[in-house]
Design a protein around this ligand. Structure first.
Ligand code: DQA
Length: 160
């Protein structure tokens, strides 16, 4: 099972940007923690960060046939990008949205997520720990999907 983690614009600046909002942790340290969790749970994991909307759309599309689930923080594009929303909807893979900060507590333009309605769930306001929660959540979703597929196969085999 493979999870692709997609990070939007300015998240490469974690540890430098607005530490009062996002904390001191760097993106590479968050990814190291996610990788450790993935290794422990025998999951494959791949990380991608881009400041460009089209590159994020491309990476989501590339998940077809390559990934079983997506964890995404679309960052500022959360609030503006119909293209990223459509890409998530198109690939039909379980997707969890993460935000370090509580977007509902901040400026009004951050309250609306265009991407959340096409995601399985949204985790906000938990800082870097939110990515760990997303890993736990995705592990659960993937095991439920695997169990459902197995049950379907067994039912089909019985019909033959
Ligand atoms: C963010 C919240 C967004 O509103 C903001 O533009 C970001 C980071 C978060 O993780 O809290 O860049 O997605």
């Amino acid at each position: 099972m493979k999870i692709v983690v997609i990070q939007g614009p300015n998240l490469n600046m974690l540890g430098i940007r607005e530490q009062n909002v996002y904390g001191p942790m760097k993106l590479e340290d968050i990814h190291a923690q996610m990788k450790a969790f993935a290794d422990k749970n025998k999951l494959e994991i791949e990380f991608f960060q881009s400041n460009l909307e089209g590159e994020i759309v491309d990476r989501i599309q590339e998940c077809i046939g390559d990934a079983d689930g997506i964890i995404i923080n679309p960052a500022a594009y959360t609030h503006t990008s119909i293209a990223i929303r459509d890409a998530i909807a198109a690939v039909q893979l379980p997707t969890l949205e993460v935000h370090l900060s509580n977007i509902h507590q901040r400026e009004e333009f951050r309250h609306k997520s265009l991407t959340a309605p096409v995601c399985a769930g949204q985790i906000v306001g938990m800082g870097p720990f939110g990515y760990h929660l997303a890993m736990v959540g995705m592990t659960q979703i993937l095991s439920e999907v695997a169990a459902m597929k197995q049950a379907q196969q067994q039912a089909q085999a019985k019909q033959k």
